[in-house]
Each structure stands twice: as C-alpha cells, then as structure tokens.
Design a protein around this ligand. Structure first.
Ligand code: NAD
Ligand code: IPM
Ligand code: MN
Length: 354
C-alpha cells in the first residue's frame, strides 16, 4: 500500500514540538517514495482535559481505531498533577482501547554519541538491546484503591497475557541475535513466578532462541555494567517502564528512544517516544526530536509495511547525528527544527540515489 491515514496526538509539553518535527520528516520521506499520508490531529492528555473535559475522548479513541497508525508526542502537565483524572490516564486508555499489549523499545549505542553517554565508551559501544515491555497488564491496570490512609494497585497477569507478549519477544529474537532475557521478580512475586513459567513454556516453541531469566534488581545492575550481554529483554509493564528510562542513558538521552506499541496483527499501532512531556524545556525549541522521528520510522516498518521508508528515515537520522546535529541534551546547540531539517535533507542518504 502507498496511502495511509495517520492520527496525530501531539499532547502536552514538548509533544507538539517533537511531533511537528517528525511530521515534517514523514512528509519528506513520503514524497521521496511517492507515498500519500493523510493526517487527522486530535487532543490527548492535559490539553484534552482542558478543552474536552477528559484526557481522551471517545471520538479520539474511535479515530485511533479507524486510523492505520497513531503518532503520539507525550502527555503530562504539572497543572494537572492533583487533578482527579490525570493526563496520563488518557494514554493508558488509548493503549488499552487498541489492545496495544507489546511495547517495543529499541536501544542502540550511536557511534556519534559515545561522548553523550554518562557511561564509559567501552561499556556502551556496540550495544543493541530491544526491550519488549508488556503494556496493558500488571499494576497499571489492576484494581485500584485510593485513599488518604490506604492505597493499593493490584498487579495481575494471566497466562494468556504473558504468552502473547513472550511470543513477540521470541519472534523478534529470531530476527536478531537469538537471545531472550526474561526479567521478573519470581523470588518475591506470584506474578513473577507465573511469568517465568509461561515464558519457559513459550520458549519450547523457539528451540533456536536461547532463554535466560534474570531478577529485575540484578537486571537493572547488568544494564549499566554490561549492556552488551542483552539482545531481547522481555519484561512486565512496570519493570519495563523503569528499565527503559535507565536504558536511555546508553545512547545518552531520553530524547533518543523511540517505541512501537502493537496489538493483534492488522490493528493500528501507537508510535511514541519513550520520553515524557519534559515541562522543564517545553516551548523553547530545545526538545530532541530524534525519538519521535525514529518512532515514525518504526511506524513505517511495523504497521504500514514500508520498511524501505523506515530505512530511509533511519539513514537520515544517522547522517544528521554524524554531522553533529545535536540538541542540548546531547551536548549540542541545535534546535528541534534544525535537527528535523537536517534529517529531512539526508533522507535515504547512502542508498545510492543522488
Ligand atoms: P520526562 O521524560 O518528560 O523528562 C525527564 C528529563 O529528560 C527532563 O529533564 C527532560 O527535560 C528530559 N527530556 C525528556 N525528553 C527529552 C527530549 N526529547 N529532549 C531533551 N530532553 C528531554 O519525564 P518526567 O519529567 O518524569 O515527566 C514529565 C511528565 O511527562 C509527567 O507528567 C509524566 O507523567 C509524563 N510522561 C509522559 C510520557 C508519555 O507520554 N509517553 C512518558 C514519560 C513521562
Ligand atoms: C511511558 C510513560 C507512561 C508509562 C506514563 C506517562 C503513563 O512513562 O510511556 O513510559 O508509564 O507507561
Ligand atoms: Mn516511562
């Protein structure tokens, strides 16, 4: 196919800045390949609470379902920190509505950024990890109780929820270095023991993929001590949230990590940077747009079936990074727009087309 309907949900803080940058790159890539992109833009998060009375409207959920894919910026704003319904709830509802249970968060060392990482070059060099985070279960979605004296977040996992996300991880490993590290807390948590059991069962269908199990506290340590030991890291919702922010320090900034949130084949995916709305730098042109741009590339690869367009965008990103188009978080001084323009200029660079 060469014509797609994309729902843009820029959201709060730097969301509109990075989605604007990614859209510009997508348009240039689409033009380069003769692909037609039709956009609809809607509100989510704090701006939707303000203008529509809730963090995501039913119309927006329906528009997401009717689209080929969703490109999301970020949600979250300090104005709503004490609101009864927070902006973040809109994103959780959207993920659930689309059944986006598998969140792919690739983390790769970038040669041009080895100095941007707080970790030693020898530790970071050559790292290529894919975090597969379960996204619609666990403590995020269990029964909640919220009071001034007592609060609880119930963490529930079913066999089926673990099985389906594990298969995503093993399938991905088959196309990579054929290694899955499953991360749990089986020494303390019942969900962790079920997780381990189900993942071990699933692994029998993948005899050519090596599986090991690591407890989450140790995994957090290994991730900065020897990240090169990981290929695919499979874990539950909350652990995956935490470990992926830690992993952002391998390339050196939250602004470098893209993600794809996928459900059943054929359902629209949600493509979003791993970072948040960064209220501390919003509106200043300082936001690093690479994560959003790379999320757009993931969209072309994972749901639009156009890996050629994805690769061309990724090549543009590589060249822009090599040419030191770096925002402040990476030690540079380029603006969000300057980075996006540079990526656009080098789309498909190196593919042999003049
Ligand atoms: P954050 O990711 O927004 O920011 C953490 C730090 O990283 C900040 O110093 C910020 O300036 C920096 N940073 C993040 N993205 C950057 C980028 N693209 N370029 C340059 N610097 C960047 O996390 P936080 O401050 O803990 O959360 C702020 C709000 O965002 C909260 O309301 C939170 O709930 C929300 N949030 C939303 C998402 C999402 O929409 N997917 C993800 C994480 C956090
Ligand atoms: C993320 C974010 C979200 C999460 C929040 C904003 C709901 O931190 O996408 O990593 O915890 O999943
Ligand atoms: Mn997070």
């Amino acid at each position: 196919r060469d014509s797609f309907d994309i729902l843009l949900l820029p959201g709060d803080g730097i969301g509109p800045e990075v989605v604007g940058a990614a859209r510009g790159v997508m348009d240039l890539a689409a033009e380069h390949f003769g692909v037609k992109l039709r956009y609809e833009e809607r509100k989510i998060g704090g701006e939707a609470i303000r203008d529509e009375g809730g963090p995501v409207s039913d119309e927006t959920l329906e528009a997401a379902r009717a689209s080929d894919s969703v490109l999301l910026g970020a949600v979250g704003h300090p104005d709503f920190d004490d609101a009864p319904v927070r902006p973040e709830a809109g994103l959780l509802k959207l993920r659930k509505h689309l059944g986006a249970f598998a969140n792919l968060r690739p983390v790769a060392a970038v040669p041009a950024l080895l100095d941007a990482s707080p970790l030693k070059k020898e530790v970071v060099s050559g790292v290529d990890v894919l975090i597969v985070r379960e996204l619609t279960g666990g403590a995020y979605f269990g029964e909640k109780e919220e009071g001034d004296e007592r609060a609880s977040d119930l963490s529930v996992y079913t066999k089926e929820e673990i099985d389906r996300v594990a298969r995503v991880a093993f399938d991905a490993a088959k196309r990579r270095k054929r290694r899955v590290t499953s991360v749990d807390k089986a020494n303390v948590m019942a969900t962790g023991r079920l997780w381990r059991k189900v993942v071990t069962e699933v692994s029998k269908d993948y005899p050519d993929v090596e599986l090991d199990h690591v407890l989450v506290d140790a995994a957090a340590m290994h991730l900065v001590r020897e990240p090169g030991r990981f290929d695919v890291m499979l874990t539950e919702n909350l652990f995956g949230d935490i470990l992926s922010d830690e992993a952002a320090m391998l390339p050196g900034s939250m602004g470098m990590l893209p993600s794809a949130s996928l459900g059943e084949p054929g359902s629209p995916g949600i493509f979003e940077p791993v970072h948040g709305s960064a209220p501390d730098i919003a509106g200043q042109g300082k936001a690093n747009p690479y994560a959003a741009i790379l999320s757009a590339a993931m969209m072309f690869r994972h749901t639009l079936g156009r890996p050629d367009v994805a690769e061309a965008i990724e090549q543009g990103v590589s060249v822009a990074l090599e040419a030191h188009f770096l925002t402040a978080d990476l030690g540079g001084s380029k603006t969000t727009e300057q980075v996006a323009e540079a990526v656009g200029r080098w789309i498909g660079a190196g593919e042999g087309v003049a």
